[in-house]
Design a protein around this ligand. Structure first.
Ligand SMILES: Cc1cc2nc3c(=O)[nH]c(=O)nc-3n(C[C@H](O)[C@H](O)[C@H](O)COP(=O)(O)OP(=O)(O)OC[C@H]3O[C@@H](n4cnc5c(N)ncnc54)[C@H](O)[C@@H]3O)c2cc1C
Length: 309
């Protein structure tokens, strides 16, 4: 039963929200408390409440890299209400809740290229910063000049050069909230060569790249089935998908979860899969790959276990 919660300006407050509806895996119990700020002062207020009452709160973007416990979690801070997008300070500024797809469409409509190789990643800007989402040899943070981090005590812009980012890791400290970012826009075509700023592009050319990238995704990933993308990080100089495939695990099932026949590093929800079904497959893949190849696979997916920090 939804409980009564006081209104706070700039924050949408709800109770008992089913998290399965907010993850691409379509798995997970409820969030007892849900806070969704609609602006930065609201985010600061929400953080003050959470830090005092629910220090183990979870941060939610578009839920495309999440496996949530069927028993649910206490408190969730959703960044999906921060959706501002536009030019400012000579850069493109995007709120944490802006979808990468909207960002890429916006760039396309302003004849700005560069982000096309990332199209099809179902991230929010905040999640793409946190995970340093990437594809086709490019990472989102390659384009980002600075990131807005918010704490209950205020907001501060941090330059990306000062952050230690890497493969699927934006270098954002645990518990820190990304509220938005600034993306470089090149003055001249020269920046095209570095690939680290948005650059002027002919719309037709950009369209061709988008089409090619999406066609490749459709070919190689089980996009019609709920999943959280790649379950494991790729080991150095190898591919987790190749190892799981070689271990003979494609098509392996636990309840209604399956190691995808199309891409062995994806686990898909065939309908009604539980957290534990997916965990069983994760453990199975890790054990089998370790036994056969001596390689320890590390999860890329973020796992929200009930009562864990
Ligand atoms: C079909 C499919 C294909 C995918 N393909 C790719 C791919 O090609 N490349 C790739 O890198 N990933 C891919 N992914 C995984 C996923 O889209 C990325 O990891 C993405 O960056 C997650 O963003 P999100 O907004 O969904 O974050 P969420 O899943 O909501 O959260 C992921 C993590 O980031 C944290 N987080 C989210 N927002 C914030 C914020 N504002 N501040 C601080 N922390 C935050 C969460 O607490 C959590 O730890 C794919 C996923 C799917 C389902």
């Amino acid at each position: 039963m939804p409980g009564r919660v006081p209104d706070i300006e700039g924050v949408v407050l709800k109770t008992d929200i089913p998290l399965a509806d907010f993850t691409t895996f379509r798995i997970g119990g409820t969030a007892a408390l849900w806070l969704e700020p609609t602006d930065i002062p609201g985010l600061e207020k929400a953080l003050a409440i959470l830090h005092s009452n629910f220090p183990a709160f979870r941060i939610l973007g578009n839920g495309s890299n999440l496996l949530v416990d069927d028993r649910g979690v206490d408190a969730v801070l959703s960044l999906n209400g921060l959706t501002d997008l536009g030019f400012g300070n000579g850069m493109l500024e995007a709120g944490a809740g802006v979808r990468l797809s909207r960002l890429i469409t916006f760039c396309h409509s302003h004849d700005l290229g560069g982000l096309e190789p990332l199209c099809g990643i179902p991230a929010s800007v905040g999640g793409a910063v946190k995970m340093n989402a990437g594809a086709n040899g490019l990472n989102f943070l390659d384009f980002v000049e600075s990131v807005l981090i918010v704490t209950p005590n205020g907001s501060q812009w941090f330059k990306c050069v000062d952050m230690e980012s890497g493969y699927r890791d934006g270098g954002i400290p645990k518990g820190a909230v990304v509220a938005g970012c600034r993306i470089r826009v090149a003055e001249e075509d020269a920046a095209y060569l570095s690939g680290r700023a948005l650059y002027r592009v002919r719309r037709k050319r950009s369209q061709e790249i988008l089409k090619r990238v999406m066609a490749q995704r459709i070919l190689s990933q089980p996009l019609g089935q709920p999943s959280a993308g790649c379950i494991f990080r790729n080991p150095e100089n190898d591919s987790a998908g190749r190892l799981i495939d070689q271990a003979g695990l494609k098509g392996r099932r636990a309840g209604s979860a399956e190691i995808s026949m199309k891409h062995a590093n994806f686990i898909v929800n065939l309908g009604g899969a539980s957290f534990y079904n997916v965990m069983e497959l994760i453990d199975c893949a890790r054990e089998r790959v370790k036994a056969m190849f001596g390689i320890c696979l590390e999860p890329e997916v973020t796992i929200w276990k009930e009562a864990s920090a």
